[in-house]
Design a protein. Structure first.
Length: 270
């Protein structure tokens, strides 16, 4: 059963100093800071795979989401959804009732497992019908090549090819080939990036470094220490959990959002 991948050394685990930024996602304040243990400790404890045999693990999910649509939900964390219609590192309607935020690394094997085995079905079932929006956050934790891949992904996004780059970088065997300069260019070509010169320039730009750092800082401030880590409308999920875990979380969030909408309508009608 999959578990989150953790940073390899204490050095990489060091929490970077906060940086000034105007991005709403980092203005987390005391409320979110109080809930920051979610992705660092509480989230993993709640969702870590059980220590069972593979046969037993196949019979039951590693984590369960409460039937209560508000259980485990932290409204302050839900506010981290950017809902920017121009965000090329997101897919789905900006006004979708449910937002899944993913903090991930292209060198993370479990992130790749989620990208290949679970995410496509979530897109087909929930993104395509307008229920779900997926927002990517670059969270490179495995060193220089992780950071380079994150910047390359961002650069591909500047030409509206992020998700195609994402698919190429997470294809079976892709991470074993590394993410050096030549490899990044090959992935960009595979992703259909038209202007490779611009891609190379964007990958090494200060704008790319700043964007990746902002995402990384957001994850660190939430207490995340492993990849992949997720928020579903403010509910934390750690690791490439079985599809059922995400399905339950999304449907519970959609139910809660619908209920909130009906309640607001009733108040407005009074």
């Amino acid at each position: 059963m999959s578990t989150p991948e953790r940073k390899p050394t204490p050095k990489t685990a060091a929490k970077p100093a906060p940086r000034k930024t105007s991005r709403r996602g980092l203005a987390i304040g005391a409320g979110v800071a109080a809930a920051a243990v979610l992705l660092g400790v509480a989230s993993y404890s709640a969702t870590k795979p059980e220590a069972t045999s593979s046969a037993a693990a196949d019979d039951s999910p590693a984590a369960e989401v409460s039937a209560d649509p508000q259980a485990g939900v932290h409204p302050e964390l839900a506010k981290l959804a950017r809902r920017d219609a121009k965000d090329s590192l997101a897919q789905g309607r900006a006004d979708a009732p449910v937002v899944l935020i993913e903090y991930a690394d292209f060198k993370c094997g479990y992130c790749g497992k989620f990208a290949r085995d679970t995410e496509p079905d979530l897109v087909k079932k929930y993104v395509d019908d307008g229920t779900l929006r997926i927002e990517w956050r670059n969270f490179p934790i495995f060193g220089k090549e992780s950071d380079a891949a994150a910047r390359g992904a961002w650069a591909a996004g500047q030409q509206d090819r992020f998700w195609q780059f994402h698919a190429a970088a997470y294809a079976d065997g892709a991470k074993e080939k590394g993410f050096g300069d030549g490899r990044l260019k090959a992935l960009a070509e595979e992703a259909g990036v038209q202007d490779l010169g611009r891609f190379t320039e964007d990958t090494g730009s200060e704008a790319a470094k700043s964007a990746v750092k902002a995402d990384q800082d957001e994850a660190y401030q939430l207490g995340a220490t492993s990849t992949p880590s997720f928020l579903v409308n403010g509910r934390p999920i750690a690791g490439a959990q079985p599809a059922e875990v995400f399905t339950q979380a999304i449907e519970a969030a959609a139910k809660a959002a619908k209920g909130a909408g009906l309640e607001k309508k009733a108040k407005d009608d009074k």
